[in-house]
Design a binder for this molecule. Sequence first.
Ligand SMILES: Cc1ncc(C[n+]2csc(CCOP(=O)(O)OP(=O)(O)O)c2C)c(N)n1
Ligand SMILES: [Mg+2]
Length: 471
Amino acid sequence: MTVESTTARTPRGASTERGSAAGDGAPAKKAPASKAPGKKTAVAKSAGPAGKKAAGPAAKKSAGPAAKKTAPKTAAKKTAAKKAPARTSAAGSPRPTAHAEAPASAAEGGQLIQLLTPEGERISDPAYDAYVDAITPEELRGLYRDMLLTRRFDAEATALQRQGELGLWASLLGQEAAQIGSGRALRDDDYVFPTYREHGVAWCRGVDPANLLGMFRGVNHGGWDPNSNNFHLYTIVIGSQTLHATGYAMGVAKDGADSAVIAYFGDGASSQGDVAEAFTFSAVYNAPVVFFCQNNQWAISEPTEKQTRVPLYQRARGFGFPGVRVDGNDVLACLAVTRAALEHARNGEGPMLVEAFTYRMGAHTTSDDPTKYRADEEREAWEAKDPLLRLRSYLLAEGFADESFFGELETESEALGKRVREVVRSMPEPDRLAIFENVYADGHALVDEERAQFRAYQASFADAPASGEGE
Ligand SMILES: Cc1ncc(C[n+]2csc(CCOP(=O)(O)OP(=O)(O)O)c2C)c(N)n1
Ligand SMILES: [Mg+2]
């Protein structure tokens, strides 16, 4: 269901048959009569954010942030509020801590595409049903498996960091649906430009999870060949990959290919100049790129209300292309919306922005302590919307999976954890002089000089190898 959209949807060129995403982002594709198994056909068309059927973030029965406002202050909350610095605007005036209420807020003109409620009920969205109506129970189980194994891998990586095996880890906990839904919407010939947190997308692209850990262990600069899986190396310079993706997409268009490009970035990255430049260039050159923003509501300790005065998906409009907001904890909706956005790009209609509204349940990275700046209640409210739980509920309710399926998956996830531990612990120490390689394609006198200096420095240690280690 689309929870309230106050913006007009004007088709932008392509035929409705091709399902172009239009105007403010909803595809014009006609939804066929529902064939999806287990879907509730009664569409709560009139149920806006306050409607009873709106089981999303605005639903009254939801224990989500909307309920938080009126909840009595608990001792824990008082403590957390004391610890967390007050959120202030740039001008210094206090701002309400309302960012978590944003997704379905009619007052903000917000929309939220949702196909699976937090309780696991399949609801209909006439604009997006068609993109997932043909999905089979096996494919649904596959989405669950993807999310579960990604979560298991992520937990293993966090544990490895705590054991001193990794220097740092950026967990995706809570963002599995956004990543698996969008990742599974891609074709093999599409190209992905990730941030440093896209472990679920990497999984979908076939990058061995163990390879993701080399950089975090400090033994390599990436760990995979981007062209093997059309999955670029992790990018830590916030937002810069949106420009790389735009340039790549412009090249795809010039080649006359019908593949698409997807650039992942965060809510905080949306404030970067690079992202604004990428939006401008991609719109002007009609580049086939999908901008997939995982709005996990925090950029380290900065809440989203310090990044924007409007829902992020609405930013696209000012640049001249459509934007949509999807429930980022709903894997089915993320799959449908990303398919629509990719189709839009492939049809030559230019870029599209998808804002996946989700929540970072863990710390920003293992170097971060979120208890210093956010209240426990916020996380607890989002735990109730866990992306895995809602798909599990749906699979069980529809009889698409039984306990033996979940049991086998548990065994598989343990095996994955074990393999990842073994691979990481046996990663070879890097050649210390390798850092100087590949700086320039044909070498450079200055790099040669720096290499010689570093070699002499290494040799000055008492336990230095007799000659030429790492050469
Ligand atoms: C250009 C740049 N500025 C600052 C940083 C430091 N930094 C690392 S992560 C981060 C926050 C990013 O937040 P967001 O884009 O919301 O992504 P998230 O980590 O929440 O997924 C910042 C400021 C950086 N890596 N690059
Ligand atoms: Mg963020």
